[in-house]
Design a protein around this ligand. Structure first.
Ligand code: FMN
Length: 231
């Protein structure tokens, strides 16, 4: 029954709404559940987790992580406001997901569309090895069920704040990454933020130019290995 519901969600969700790149199919995500662990408990429990089991994430868990990262939580006039603060509500950040193991989602690279709470399929395929290599050979991107990469289009913020806007985009990536880590904790998942990566290699994997759009921060997430378990 659950499988039928998820498959219907995927099938009904295929479309090409406004604001997305033409030609990219869209996967709508389940509504986020807003009844999680108490914030204080999540702050108290969060630890960087670097070893993950081979289990998949559920689509609803990925939905929850993306909502915490950049989900729409309000409105000011025509503008949608997001879960993390943004200097002047300029929203320079973009959110990409390398999916390795998520139930009912093909392996590949996806782009999150906040206004639709949906994922655009950028490319299917297994990128885990290349992602690990781009992160200086660290094991987490190879083992994670999903890796969420934050990029920025600096012009959106520097057009308003000049050079100081460059500082702001890095501050914003910290806000979003912390939301992801706390949400992962609340869901009983393990997450680690990763700042050590080769810019060019990661930009190439994402298909961004490293000028108009730049890579900022990597977040690896998976089910934590239980004591005694071995991959
Ligand atoms: C900006 C930044 C970059 C980081 N980069 C990495 C990294 O490349 N690899 C890694 O294993 N951990 C990375 N970490 C995680 C830190 O090692 C971790 O937060 C620290 O050891 C404290 O442990 P805790 O997160 O469990 O409190 C990074 C953390 C931050 C804030």
């Amino acid at each position: 029954m659950r499988l039928v519901v998820l498959l219907s969600l995927l099938i009904v969700g295929i479309g090409f709404p406004q604001g997305c790149l033409p030609g990219r199919p869209l996967v709508r995500l389940p509504e986020p559940d807003l009844q999680g662990m108490a914030l204080e408990q999540a702050i108290r429990s969060r630890r960087s987790i670097r070893a993950y089991s081979a289990d998949s994430l559920q689509l609803v868990e990925l939905s929850q992580l993306l909502f915490a990262a950049q989900g729409i939580t309000g409105r000011r006039g025509e503008k949608f406001l997001r879960a993390a603060p943004s200097a002047g509500a300029t929203y320079p950040l973009e959110t990409y997901v390398f999916v390795s193991r998520v139930s009912n989602l093909k392996q590949g690279l996806y782009h999150y569309v906040p206004d639709q709470h949906a994922l655009e399929i950028v490319r299917t395929g297994d990128y885990t090895e290349k992602l690990g290599a781009a992160c200086l050979g660290q094991s987490m991107p190879r083992e994670a069920a999903v890796t969420i990469v934050l990029t920025a289009v600096p012009e959106r913020t520097t057009a308003v704040y000049g050079e100081r806007g460059m500082r702001y985009i890095h501050m914003e990536a910290g806000h979003v990454s912390q939301n992801i880590c706390l949400e992962a904790t609340s869901l009983g998942l393990g997450a680690v933020p990763v700042g050590a990566f080769y810019d060019q290699e990661l930009n190439d994997l994402l298909g961004i130019d490293g000028k108009r759009e730049i890579s900022l921060y990597v977040n690896c997430i998976g089910r934590p290995v239980k004591r005694g378990d071995r991959r």
